[in-house]
Design a protein around this ligand. Structure first.
Ligand code: PMP
Length: 405
C-alpha cells in the first residue's frame, strides 16, 4: 500500500466552490452573492484610502526593519486594538484586567481562544461549546480541532426571519452551569440578525445567573452599522456587568485587510494578576503554533489607531463601506415592495445588519436563482449585500421576484 492510501478526498469549501462556478460562467449579467468581502459599486475590491496612506508611510519609513515581533504581538497594536474594542475609558483596561494577544486575524483569535479554553477552562462536565444555529461554519472545525465538542443553541427563527429569542434563552437556562457560549458581537454571520439591547441585557442576566462563559466573536466592528462604538455595545455591556468573557477581534472587514491577517484575542480576567497569568499561558501556546505574529498588518493598524487624524480618516472609510451596504438594503427593499410587489414581507432586508442578509428563500429557490438567472449564493438563502451595486440590483430584484412567485 502507498503511504497516503487511507487519506480520503475532502470536499471543496462550499464558498470557494461557488466562486469557481461564478468565474466560469460567461453570462454577462451574472452576480456573485456568496463572497464575504466588501466590493465597491463597480464590484471591485476596495483598498481603503487610509490604508493606502499608511502603507505608503511604512514603505518610506527609513527605520523599518524586519525583525520578529514579540510573541504576543506588536504592543502598540494590541493596546490600541483593546481600546477600540472596550473603549478608551474602560475601567477593565485601567485596572489591567484585559490581556491582549495579536493573532492571525479573527480565525486565529478564535483558534487561540478555543485552544486556551480547551487547556485551562473549568468545565462542569465535558468540553463543549454552544454555537448559534446557524453560525459561521468554520466555528465547528475550529473547536473540534482542539477537542471541544460543538453543540448548538437556537438562534434563527425561519418563520419570523428573526431571532428565536425565547428558545435561545431556554437553552442558556438549561445548559450545564459554566457552559461556554459563543456569541457574535454584532452583524451575526450568516443571518444578519442581532439581539436588541434589551435582549442582550436579558442574555447577560441568564449567563451571569448560570455562571456561563461568553466567547465573543467580533469580526465586523464598525462595518455593521458604520459606528465603531455602537457595534461594540454588547461587548462593553458584558464587561460592565462582569460577565466572564473573551473577545476575538478581526480587522479583515473593517479595514479591508483580508490578506494581512491582523487580529487580536482579548481575555477579560477578574483581576490584573489573573490577566498576567493568562497572558503567560497564551504566550506559551502562541509560541508553539506560530512563534511570532506577522508584522505588516499590525503596523498598519497601529498607525491608524494611534494617530487621531488617521483614525478619523478610517472612520470615514468605514462609513463609506457601511453606508453603501445599508443603501443597497434600502434599495432592494424598495424594489421588492414598491416596484415588483413581490409576495411576502421583506422588512428583514432592512432590519438585518452587516454584510450578509438571510433572504428567507428556500433551497430550491436559491438553486433556481443560480440555474436560471446566473446569480450565485449559498443554498441557505444567504446573500452578501456587498455583491449588490447600482448596476446589478435591478436585475437581482427582478430575478428574486420571479423565483418566489
Ligand atoms: N468570525 C466570523 C463570524 C466571520 O464571519 C469571520 C470572517 N468570515 C471570521 C470570524 C474570521 O475572519 P478572518 O480570519 O478573515 O478575520
Amino acid at each position: 500500500a502507498e503511504t497516503w492510501d487511507s487519506v480520503p478526498l475532502a470536499p471543496p469549501d462550499s464558498i470557494f466552490k461557488l466562486t469557481a462556478a461564478y468565474k466560469e460562467d460567461t453570462f454577462p449579467q451574472k452576480i456573485n452573492l456568496g463572497v464575504g468581502a466588501y466590493r465597491d459599486d463597480d464590484n471591485k475590491p476596495w483598498v481603503l484610502p487610509v490604508v493606502k496612506k499608511v502603507t505608503d508611510m511604512l514603505l518610506h519609513d527609513p527605520a523599518l526593519e524586519h525583525e520578529y515581533l514579540p510573541i504576543t504581538g506588536l504592543p502598540e497594536f494590541t493596546a490600541a486594538a483593546a481600546r477600540l474594542m472596550f473603549g478608551a475609558d474602560s475601567p477593565a483596561l485601567a485596572e489591567g484586567r484585559v490581556t491582549s494577544v495579536q493573532t492571525i486575524s479573527g480565525t486565529g483569535a478564535n483558534h487561540l481562544g478555543a485552544l486556551f479554553l480547551s487547556k485551562f477552562y473549568g468545565w462542569y462536565e465535558g468540553k463543549e461549546v454552544y454555537l448559534s444555529d446557524p453560525t459561521w461554519v468554520n466555528h465547528f472545525a475550529i473547536f473540534r480541532n482542539v477537542g471541544v465538542e460543538p453543540r448548538t443553541y437556537p438562534y434563527y427563527d425561519a418563520n419570523t426571519i428573526g431571532l428565536a429569542f425565547s428558545a435561545f434563552i431556554e437553552t442558556l437556562q438549561t445548559a450545564p452551569p459554566r457552559s461556554v457560549f459563543l456569541l457574535h458581537a454584532c452583524a451575526h454571520n450568516p443571518t444578519g440578525v442581532d439581539p436588541t439591547r434589551e435582549q442582550w441585557s436579558q442574555i447577560a442576566d441568564v449567563i451571569l445567573a448560570k455562571g456561563h462563559y461568553t466567547f465573543f466573536d467580533c469580526a465586523y466592528q464598525g462595518f455593521a452599522s458604520g459606528d465603531l462604538e455602537g457595534d461594540a455595545w454588547a461587548v462593553r455591556e458584558f464587561v460592565r456587568r462582569n460577565v466572564p468573557m473573551l473577545v476575538c477581534q478581526s480587522f479583515a472587514k473593517n479595514a479591508g485587510l483580508y490578506g494581512e491577517r491582523v487580529g487580536a484575542l482579548h481575555v477579560v480576567a477578574p483581576s490584573a494578576s489573573a490577566a498576567t497569568r493568562v497572558k503567560t499561558q497564551l504566550s506559551v501556546l502562541q509560541r508553539s503554533e506560530i512563534s511570532n505574529p506577522p508584522a505588516h498588518g499590525a503596523r498598519l493598524m497601529a498607525l491608524i489607531l494611534n494617530n487621531p487624524e488617521l483614525f478619523e480618516e478610517w472612520k470615514r472609510d468605514i462609513r463609506t463601506m457601511a453606508g453603501r451596504i445599508i443603501a443597497m438594503r434600502q434599495e432592494l427593499h424598495g424594489l421588492l415592495t414598491d416596484k415588483y410587489k413581490t409576495p411576502g414581507n421583506w422588512d428583514h432586508i432592512v432590519n438585518q445588519i452587516g454584510m450578509f442578509s438571510f433572504t428567507g428563500i428556500r433551497a430550491e429557490q436559491s438553486q433556481a436563482l443560480t440555474e436560471k438567472a446566473h446569480i450565485y449564493l449559498t443554498t441557505n438563502g444567504r446573500i452578501s449585500m456587498a455583491g449588490l451595486n447600482s448596476h446589478n440590483i435591478e436585475y437581482f430584484a427582478e430575478s428574486l421576484d420571479k423565483v418566489v412567485r
